[in-house]
Design a protein. Structure first.
Length: 135
């Protein structure tokens, strides 16, 4: 019985489907394979990105003390169906502890990506967002 491997996108696969660029940061748009800064609470493109379609982390910097959209993650290769779950943890790396967050689809379903919403942030703080997608 052949083993199951994981392709570069983080998708389980009977065989590797090739290599492409990992997720990258952007300030606008909805291109596949990007993590895009969102709303007015984030000052610049996401940084320190170590991510693929299944799991990863990236940082954002808060521009104001507010709640709202922090970033949208667009999968490099959409899943064939909506994932079973998307787990997100947000760490305030300037302060201490975690902050409240929420996740929503970036389009009609979670198969093409997800958006991360943060509770009230502190202006000037940096937040590391960790995620795991369960296909």
């Amino acid at each position: 019985m052949p083993g199951v491997s994981t392709d570069y996108y983080g998708h389980p696969s009977p065989s590797s489907l090739g290599v492409s660029a990992a997720l990258t940061g952007a300030t606008t748009g909805s291109a596949a394979g990007t993590i895009v800064a969102g709303g007015t609470i984030v000052t610049a493109a996401p940084g320190n990105i170590n991510a693929n379609d299944q799991c990863g982390s990236f940082t954002v910097a808060s521009a104001s003390s507010a709640a709202g959209l922090a970033a949208s993650v667009y999968f490099a290769q959409p899943y064939p169906a909506n994932p079973k779950s998307v787990q997100v943890t947000v760490l305030d790396t300037t302060g201490t502890g975690t902050i409240a967050c929420g996740v929503a689809p970036v389009s009609a379903g979670l198969n093409s990506g997800f958006a991360v919403y943060l509770g009230t942030t502190t202006s000037g703080h940096t937040y590391t967002i960790y995620y795991h997608v369960q296909p």
